[in-house]
Design a protein around this ligand. Sequence first.
Ligand code: BEZ
Length: 210
Amino acid sequence: MSIQLGDTAPDFTADTTEGEISFHDWKKDSWAVLFSHPKDFTPVCTTELGYTAKLKDEFAKRNVKVIGLSCDSIEDHEKWAKDIEETQGQLPNFPMIGDADQKVANEYGMIHPNANDTMTVRSVFVVDANDKVRLMITYPASTGRNFDEIIRVIDSLQLTDGHKVATPVNWKQGDDVIIVPALSNDEAKEMFPDGWDEQKPYLRVVKQPS
Ligand code: BEZ
C-alpha cells in the first residue's frame, strides 16, 4: 500500500553523512522534508542540492529539518559534496542518506521501475511535527524541482494549522487567504473579528494572518 497524505511517515534507521539516524527521533517535534535524488555526480541533482543547502535559514525559520536520499554510498555522497560546493558555492548542510540497499527508497515508493529500476525518482515528502505526511510530490529525473515552491506549500500548511485558512491559486506570502470551509460563520467571527470579504458563502477572503 503506498503512502498517502495524512499517513504517519514510516520510521526508519539509516546511515547518513551525519551518522546513523532514526527518522522519527531525528526530526522529533520539527517538520521534515525528506527528498530523493536519482544519483550522485549528476548535473540536475548537483544544482538541487546546492540550492536546498542555501535555503537552510528559510527552513529553520519554519521549524523544518531537511534530509536527502539516493541509492548511493555515503562515501560517494561525501566526495560529491565537494563538487556541489565547487560548482554551486554551497556545501550540503543537511544529512544525506546512503540508501545503497534501497531500503528506505522502497518503503517510501521512491523507485518507479518503469521509469528506472535502480535510481530513485525526484520524490519529496513533507512531514509535520506529528510525523504525518502533508505533501508528496514526484518529479522525473530530468526536471529539477522548485524548492521555493516546497517552502511555499509549507507556509500554506502552517497557516492552515495555525489560523484555519487555506491559500488560493498562485498564493504567495502576504496575499489574501481564504477561511476554510469547515469553519462556520460563527466560529469565523471569533477568529476574524474584523470580518471578511464574502464573495460567495463558501468563498470568504481575509488578509493573511501573521
Ligand atoms: C541529473 O541529475 O542531471 C539526472 C540524473 C538522472 C537522470 C537524468 C538526469
